[in-house]
Design a protein around this ligand. Structure first.
Ligand code: G16
Length: 568
């Protein structure tokens, strides 16, 4: 994907009047240069621009069909964030999905008119989310604006999104996203530097992965991993997302892994027509290469014919799924195993300072933290909540059930990092199944599955949550950040079943682009697992708990669905 290098921008203002460029000299916002090239367009607020769990995500057509949509959000970013916070330098890039080129022009032009003097863009336009976080930190710029809808499909019929990261490289925290939303509701004017910033040399083009690979080198012993890849076969699937170029550079060029083990490592605007979400449903090709079906059940008795380890990453390269021959590793278990074997990962040195997980993530990592004698913190869903904790605890490991794993090397979750971490903790001759079984024998097994009910009616979903709140015996998760005291409320409804060591959690997704998605998280702890518990497939054995929870919430009545759309 190449950014547009065409002629000057031709915006259509939402309302008819736009001020002339000659009148704009005194409009030098946020320190923008006083020149005649700044144009002011009048506009009016557009509803629904509240960023979700990670940015504003909408159907691509919403952005494409009315250019004012992007203009309004770009100016809201300036009014709510860049101007009041004195942001003068930004990384602007993204996962390269459809509409990124046009969007870049708008973002860069609006930023330049609002005092952002330095714009850093990845050559070719594509940068993964963790690489962008690394770049912000290495260059010391004031933040990043990232064009991505993460694991959501791309293309004109898919999704597009914009998220922004603070100067520490962390996804914007709630106070900033709320300030941007508030700005969107009172917006009157858009300021545009009506020149092509690429032609005017306002934009500095850099390699997308130099800073990132340098950080990965600090995290891992590349010499050791090179040896590892000589003996352990692997498959890495970038799903045509932004992790591909870095994966090729690290796994093939630096670690001399077999390039034929790299799948879909060329980023494409439509992700090759696929759904770039690394789970058993959407990364089914990878799963089948390890003898797994869509429930995570093994389909073969001959597991030694499969590669040792596999990993898939999502559209913007921050999520990961780990599989081995005949075994799918839940993200919650992946976090627990990495914590238990952290001493094998260079970044963690001799001892982790703390671990953290989002509330709906299973409690497998808590057991490891107790064993290690380190704090285990519980946050709401959303990587942004880990940022403050990373400032207090280092080295730090954290993860989420939503296929996110990472550390304090950057301030985003990191798919390629997770794969290198797994390669680091695998002993010679050990399989992924060996790792999991020995972990479960030591700590017990937290069987875990998630049901997703997608694109349901938002009002009906809200009614179901109100109904749940009205029931006895439920707990609603609220959070107070231990570092800055900020609060996040209504972060999920918990049903505890202490007699059976089971828990179910209901939560509304914050990453959808249409309607509402209800998630039901299911877990059961088995303290001393017998062989049948080691071999159990969570999606199958937790079906009864799912039925109980769904009937407790009267979910089929409210949502009109008796079966989930996706089980992971
Ligand atoms: C985003 C956040 C994650 C979060 C996930 C949850 O992931 O970055 O921290 O766990 O959303 O999504 P939902 O609200 O739909 O459950 P991503 O990879 O989509 O940016």
């Amino acid at each position: 994907m190449l950014f547009f290098l065409g002629a000057a921008l031709a915006f259509q203002p939402r309302s008819s009047s736009s001020s002339s460029s000659s009148a704009s000299k005194w409009w030098c916002r946020g320190g923008a240069a006083e020149d005649d090239s700044i144009v002011i367009l009048e506009t009016s607020p557009i509803e629904g621009m509240r960023p979700g769990t990670s940015g504003l995500r909408k159907k691509t057509r919403v952005w494409v069909e009315d250019p004012t949509y992007t203009l309004n959000f770009a100016q809201s970013l300036m009014d709510g964030w860049c101007v009041p916070k004195g942001v003068r330098s930004l990384v602007i890039g993204g996962d390269g999905r459809e509409y990124s080129g046009e969007c870049f022009e708008i973002l860069a032009s609006v930023a330049a008119a609002n005092g952002v003097h330095r714009i850093v863009a990845p050559k070719g336009g594509v940068i993964s989310t963790p690489a962008a976080s690394a770049l912000v930190r290495r260059l010391g710029v004031d933040g990043a604006v990232l064009m991505t809808a993460s694991h959501n499909p791309g293309g004109l019929d898919g999704d597009f999104g914009i998220k922004f990261n603070d100067r520490d490289g962390s996804p914007a925290r709630e106070d900033l996203t709320e300030a941007v939303y508030a700005a969107s509701k009172t917006l009157k004017r858009i300021y545009i530097k009506r020149t092509n910033p690429l032609i005017n040399n306002n934009v500095e083009m850099v390699d997308a992965n130099d800073a990132y690979v340098a950080v990965l080198r600090e995290c891992f012993d590349f010499e050791f991993l090179r040896e590892k890849l000589r003996r352990a076969s692997f498959v890495f699937d970038a799903m045509h997302g932004a992790a591909g170029p870095a994966a090729r550079r690290v796994l093939a060029d630096e670690l001399q892994g077999d390039p034929s083990c790299l799948l879909r490592c060329d980023p494409r605007p439509d992700f090759g027509g696929g759904h770039p979400d690394p789970n058993l449903k959407w990364a089914a090709d990878l799963a089948s290469r390890f003898g797994l079906d869509s429930t995570g059940s093994s389909t073969s008795n001959f597991e030694d014919i499969f590669p040792v380890i596999g990993c898939a990453c999502d559209g913007d390269g921050d999520r990961n799924m780990i599989v081995g021959a005949g075994i799918f590793v839940t993200p919650s278990d992946s976090l627990a195993v990495l914590a238990a074997r952290a001493h094998k990962i260079r970044w963690f040195g001799r001892k982790l300072a703390a671990v953290a997980r989002s509330m709906p993530t299973s409690r497998a990592v808590d057991r490891v933290a107790a064993h290690l004698g380190i704090p285990c913190l519980e946050t709401p869903t959303g990587w942004k909540y880990f940022g403050n904790l990373m400032e207090r605890y280092s080295p730090f490991l954290c993860g989420e059930e939503s296929f996110g794993t990472g550390a304090d090397h950057v301030r985003e979750k990191d798919g390629l990092w997770a794969f290198l971490a797994w390669l680091s903790i695998l002993d010679d001759g050990e399989t992924v199944k060996d790792v999991m079984h020995s972990h479960w024998r030591q700590f017990g097994r937290d069987l875990y599955a998630r049901y997703d009910f997608e694109e349901v009616d938002a009002a009906s979903a809200a009614e179901m949550f109100d109904f749940l709140r009205s029931r006895d015996g439920v707990e609603e998760f609220d959070y107070t950040d231990p570092v800055d005291g900020s609060r996040a409320t209504r972060q999920g409804i918990i049903l505890d079943f202490p007699d059976t060591n089971e828990r179910a959690v209901f939560r509304l997704s914050g990453t959808g682009s249409a309607g509402a998605t209800v998630r039901l998280y299911l877990e059961r702890y088995v303290p001393n697992p017998a062989q049948k518990d080691l071999d159990a497939v969570p999606a199958i054995v937790l079906a009864d708990l799912a039925r109980t929870a769904m009937s407790f919430a009267r979910l089929p009545d409210f949502l009109g669905k008796s079966d989930p759309d996706v089980v992971t």
